[in-house]
Design a protein around this ligand. Structure first.
Ligand SMILES: Nc1ncnc2c1ncn2[C@@H]1O[C@H](COP(=O)(O)OP(=O)(O)O)[C@@H](O)[C@H]1O
Ligand SMILES: O=P(O)(O)O[C@H]1O[C@H](CO)[C@@H](O[C@H]2O[C@H](CO)[C@@H](O)[C@H](O)[C@H]2O)[C@H](O)[C@H]1O
Length: 527
């Protein structure tokens, strides 16, 4: 890993003209950026061999008495891959550095005889206010190349255009950064950038502007770097801020505490309220898909058939994923000490031929259901639980997929499978990791966990399909529904197996059990 050698920069040039100081930039790239980026939660390249960090673009954002620079940093890796990250920076002179959180400090600096710090500008209140002002006024800022375009969406209230508003960085560490304005607006600044419109903006804008579905935070604006003859680069998106208790993963976990307690006392009890909440989430999920199903929409959103290109895409993805996961599992097999997990791993390995034969079905089976744009990374953690309802967030798509792949249309059953897998995770994590159930017989725990999961799965599926009414062009018949659910459940669980081996080895059993559940279903189909 590249290490920082200095933590201070100096320049004889004023901050407003700092772009002219090539020596300072050189120093910044070599000696400051590597250490700083590696300290950031949102930088995804920490585990890779990094070759170089280059500031490829600096967009100027004038602020009160100063400027901020939106830097686009290109990170090159040993394997030849290159990624781009957004780092907004500003200079704060020594007298005003108190409010900046230590993790926002990039380096000390001595600029044009002024001592101070260069910071991640999201922590600089002047920057926060400037960005809000431009979003509120839907203004553009001309750049040497192109312009930064600020747009305002339906979710922006007219009364806020000139009103003063407080601003702060939301203290959640995730893949992007968020600034909240007056508890009314949530601005996500994307860190990893793509030379294409971020799918989240397409999705949130489409749902807000073309439907009455109210269970996503309404689109309130975006900031985009636009250049002639070049694809747009989305830098950020603003939505309405949602008051919420927790996400649904936390909510489900809390409900499961009661379930585990009852189980320990030798009773099987799921409260009626839990079924009602699962039904409500299923209904909101179906309504989200109905909002995305618009036969009259333009190309980006119009429903399309299961054509050969898509069938091949699904098949290639699944078989590539299987190849990678089988090798990963073999490499890590000896690290699995739990007997039950080992047995599940064996069941998966022995079923390779059966799985591949089943996966090939996607290439030739008659499928008349249609495909649409979907959420793409749907799980309990992507749903905020409000007082009595649910709000769906984070439409960026699956982090492992390319931006082009994230815009591919799928059967909405792929989202349904994501949520069903998530319920399986919730019960498994609770039953197998909870100290209360740890003392009990593991076979019994498995049986009870399976029963909970089947009941919840059935409740979700019934309510989801009922909301569409039968038949619907997205779901032609039960055969197609059952087949596609198995394909998507398999794909998701195989994907998760890699995620858990890499990040949470103690949880490997959960996706393995998910895979084996699908294998058992495939076996039944063959009987
Ligand atoms: N509109 C919103 N209102 C309130 N909180 C939100 C909103 N959108 C996201 N959040 C909070 O921010 C967290 C991160 O949001 P998410 O969209 O998942 O970002 P990331 O792309 O960084 O993963 C969520 O888990 C949630 O707690
Ligand atoms: O960070 P993301 O939300 O984009 O998704 C990644 O991390 C998730 C874990 O936080 C992981 O989700 C898996 O674990 C969840 C419980 O922690 C569970 O609800 C999901 O169903 C399960 O897939 C996700 O796979 C990964 O891409």
């Amino acid at each position: 890993m590249i290490q920082s050698k200095i933590t201070s920069l100096s320049s004889k040039i004023a901050w407003e003209q700092i772009r002219a100081d090539t020596e300072l930039f050189d120093n910044f790239e070599k000696n400051v950026l590597p250490a700083y980026l590696n300290s950031c939660r949102w930088f995804a390249g920490k585990a890779r061999i990094q070759k170089s960090f280059k500031v490829t673009t600096t967009l100027e954002i004038p602020m009160k008495d100063s400027i901020a620079l939106l830097m686009i940093i290109s990170v090159s890796y040993e394997d030849g891959d290159v990624e781009s990250y957004l780092l907004p920076v500003s200079f704060i002179d020594a007298g005003h550095t108190k409010e900046i959180t230590p993790k926002g400090i990039i380096t000390l600096a001595y600029i044009n005889n002024k001592r101070g710090i260069i910071v991640d500008a999201i922590y600089d209140e002047r920057f926060q206010q400037t960005i809000f002002y431009h979003l509120a006024h839907a203004e553009n800022i001309a750049q040497e190349e192109g312009r930064v375009d600020f747009t305002r969406g339906k979710g922006f209230l007219g009364e806020d255009i000139n009103a003063p508003i407080s601003s702060k960085v939301l203290p959640v560490d995730s893949s992007n950064s968020a600034i909240v304005f007056g508890d009314k607006y949530f601005l996500k600044l994307y860190r990893k950038l793509f030379t294409e419109t971020n799918p989240e903006v397409d999705m949130v804008e489409f749902i807000t502007e073309h439907s009455t579905f109210a269970f996503i935070p309404a689109f309130a604006g975006s900031l985009v770097w636009k250049q002639e003859q070049m694809p747009d680069i989305t830098l950020g998106m603003m939505q309405r801020m949602v008051e919420n208790q927790a996400d649904s993963w936390v909510q489900t976990g809390e409900q499961l505490n009661d379930f585990v307690e009852a189980f320990v006392a030798k009773s099987f009890s799921i409260k009626e309220e839990v079924f009602q909440q699962v039904e409500l989430l299923a209904q909101r999920t179906a309504e989200m898909h109905l909002a995305l199903y618009k036969p009259e929409a333009e190309k980006m959103f119009v429903p399309v058939p299961f054509d050969d290109a898509y069938r091949k895409f699904v098949h290639d993805r699944l078989t590539n994923l299987l190849d990678k996961r089988y090798s990963l599992l073999i490499d890590n097999y000896t690290k699995i000490t739990d007997v039950v997990t080992r047995k599940l791993a064996w069941d998966f390995m022995e079923a390779r031929e059966l799985i591949e034969e089943f996966a090939a079905g996607i290439l030739e089976k008659p499928i008349f259901s249609q495909r649409i744009r979907i959420h793409g990374d749907y799980h309990l953690g992507q749903v905020l639980a409000t007082q009595n309802d649910y709000i769906i967030i984070d439409f960026e798509g699956e982090p492992e997929s390319s931006i082009t792949d994230r815009k591919i249309k799928h059967s909405p059953l792929k989202d349904v499978a994501g949520m069903i897998r998530s319920y399986h995770y919730a019960i498994s994590a609770k039953m197998f990791n909870d100290p209360a159930s740890a003392k009990l017989d593991s076979q019994r725990i498995q049986t009870v966990a399976d029963r909970w999961y089947r009941l919840i799965q059935q409740t979700f599926m019934d309510k989801y399909l009922e909301t569409f009414g039968n038949p619907h062009p997205l779901f032609k018949n039960n055969n197609e529904i059952n087949f596609l659910m198995l394909i998507y459940l398999l794909e998701k669980a195989v994907y998760e197996l890699g995620y858990e081996i890499n990040y949470r080895p103690d949880w490997v059993k959960i996706p393995l059990k998910g895979i084996v559940n699908v294998i058992r279903e495939i076996e039944k189909l063959k009987m």
